[in-house]
Design a protein around this ligand. Structure first.
Ligand code: FAD
Ligand code: SF4
Length: 521
């Protein structure tokens, strides 16, 4: 890969491309002048060390960045690429300041960063150096930050479903000719909650594996050298790191897995990390793929009769609904979202979140596949690792940092609202109607995890008690009054009132023992 420190003349625009902005059609590159502009890209260790990042997460970012820079240079664009170990800048703002001093551009051009703190830091750096910053709206998303804020301003309660319906109407996606939702329903959520029963998922089509090329292998060497002891494994790394590979991954999902995605999208099965999921989140978040093209591909499958509505609507809802909604909420609520701690939880994250070494088979499976691949699907993140962190009263910052560290798709604008807003209710139900909690019976119904577990999902107290179940009842016990007042949790909370006094006491004692020794579970 060619590395040039200066353009072919005086530098007019320094175009900064961050690691999650790898879109050749980005507004930051739209009007690039090959003779007078320089594109700057920075690899900085801090992005992998401020949360103790999984090696595959770091490798996905660095490999995709290096491939992207190589493509720009092949297209005649001058790239000043700060490679890990080849510079002494410890942060993005430091690297930007050095680049500005080196090139003395008339202005810095970039697309608004995905992360609130990075935007603050880069703006401050440009202001300090007295260089104009042309910060352009991020057109990757279907709904701009301003449009989301305008929508949110009309409501007292912010709900994804209302937002999703509005965007469906505005875009015409999955709408019929008379302006009604396809097949007369906005939402096929009830058809999306199936499990595999006792027989399991059967043959699951293997997702494509993109064998590491020379660039990716060099990244592996750098990751091992610069981040020794970081969690995770690179042995099975096969993520798409170029747009061409991301398009192949998209095509394979549409062909092989989308038709089955809908009915079992919440189901889990030991030893089956991928199931019928798309595995496209990292490629989307790096911007190798555009959400619009992913949605269009799914809708095409529906109209061609190759995928049923519950799969296509279920998939479109995740991207057009949840992904856009989470991004909007993040920008609406930052920086307060990062401080939120509704329940005032302060316990440390159990050490087995970093090793998978626990007797709880559900946690062992989900943490294990997370460490092996940097991947877990939505329900594994929400109802296994996420809800356990809530029930175990873990400090939100500990939980948030873990999620930001361990997934290949982890970027704060989507990680934080999912963790603080959905999984651990740290923001007090700002955009959900209730905390997402369930006993071990839910995990038993949705997976085969409980069958090989030392604990019993139906047992609330004593040595065989399932920690998920015991801590679920403990949560209801502790928050009974508030939960009784909420119509969405009233039924659940009434159950604790029906528990015999001695059973309740035994459950409390078991819960107290568990909470005191979370590392030993
Ligand atoms: P699929 O199941 O195939 O879904 C398709 C796409 O929909 C995904 O690729 C993703 O882009 C989008 N999507 C699905 N669910 C969500 C959601 N809840 N919010 C936003 N987009 C969604 N997603 C990330 O991209 N990065 C994160 O750091 C992240 N952290 C999460 C933390 C928690 C606690 C939870 C509950 C969810 C988190 N998610 C995150 C959302 C979701 O779990 C992942 O996007 C999904 O599992 C990625 O796998 P996939 O591509 O196979 O998704
Ligand atoms: Fe998890 Fe409890 Fe089932 Fe064990 S019994 S796998 S701890 S839900």
């Amino acid at each position: 890969m060619k590395r040039t420190g200066s353009s072919k003349g005086a530098v007019r625009h320094l175009r900064v491309v961050l690691g999650d902005q790898l879109d050749r059609h980005s507004p930051a590159l739209a009007d690039v002048d090959r003779n007078h502009d320089v594109v700057c890209m920075f690899e900085v260790a801090q992005e992998s060390t401020r949360t103790w990042s999984h090696v595959a997460r770091t490798a996905v970012f660095l490999s995709a960045m290096r491939h992207f820079a190589a493509e720009l240079e092949e297209g005649g664009i001058t790239c000043d690429y700060a490679r890990l170990g080849h510079h002494s800048c410890d942060s993005l703002e430091h690297a930007l300041a050095e680049a500005v001093r080196r090139h003395r551009p008339a202005r810095v051009v970039m697309v608004e960063p995905g992360e609130w703190q990075i935007e603050q830091n880069l703006k401050a750096t440009c202001a300090e150096l007295n260089v104009p910053l042309d910060l352009r709206p991020d057109t990757h998303f279907l709904v701009s930050r301003d449009a989301f804020a305008a929508w949110a301003g009309q409501y007292r309660q912010l709900r994804m479903e209302h937002f999703y319906r509005k965007v469906r109407k505005d875009t015409g996606i999955l709408m019929d000719d008379s302006g009604e939702p396809e097949q007369g329903r906005w939402n096929f959520d009830t058809e999306n909650r199936g499990s595999f029963g006792t027989r399991g998922p059967g043959m699951v089509p293997a997702p494509p594996h993109f064998a590491p090329d020379a660039i990716t292998r060099a990244v592996f060497d750098d990751v091992r050298r610069h981040f020794p002891g970081h969690p995770g494994d690179l042995a099975s790394f096969g993520w798409p790191v170029t747009r061409a590979d991301a398009l192949l991954a998209l095509e394979a999902f549409m062909r092989d897995r989308l038709p089955w995605f809908g009915s079992v999208q919440d189901a889990m099965w030991a030893g089956e990390p991928w199931l019928f999921h798309s595995l496209l989140s990292a490629a989307l978040n790096l911007k190798l793929l555009n959400p619009r093209e992913v949605i269009d591909a799914a809708v095409t499958e529906y109209h061609a009769g190759r995928a049923p509505i519950e799969s296509v609507e279920g998939f479109v809802r995740q991207i057009l609904g949840w992904r856009e909604f989470m991004r909007g909420m993040y920008w609406l609520d930052m920086p307060a979202m990062r401080q939120a701690n509704h329940f005032d939880h302060n316990r440390r994250l159990p050490s087995w979140y970093w090793t998978g070494t626990t007797h709880m088979r559900c946690m062992h499976e989900v943490v294990g596949q997370t460490l092996a691949h940097g991947y877990a699907h939505h329900i594994q993140r929400l109802m296994v690792t996420g809800q356990f962190a809530l029930l175990a009263e873990i400090a939100p910052r500990e939980v948030e940092d873990w999620y930001l560290a361990v997934y290949v798709d982890a970027v704060e604008w989507v990680e934080l609202p999912n963790v603080a807003g959905m999984a651990i209710y740290a923001n007090g139900g700002r955009f959900t109607s209730k905390p997402y909690v369930a006993s071990g019976a839910y995990i038993k119904r949705m997976s085969n995890y409980c069958s090989g577990c030392r604990y019993k999902p139906e047992v609330k107290s004593g040595p065989a008690a399932c920690p998920v179940t015991t801590l679920y009842w403990h949560f209801l016990d502790k928050h009974e009054e508030v939960l009784l007042r909420n119509p969405r949790t009233n039924l659940m909370a009434k159950n604790i009132g029906r528990m015999k006094a001695e059973d309740r006491q035994a459950m409390r004692e078991t819960a107290a023992r568990m909470l005191d020794a979370l590392d030993d579970l």
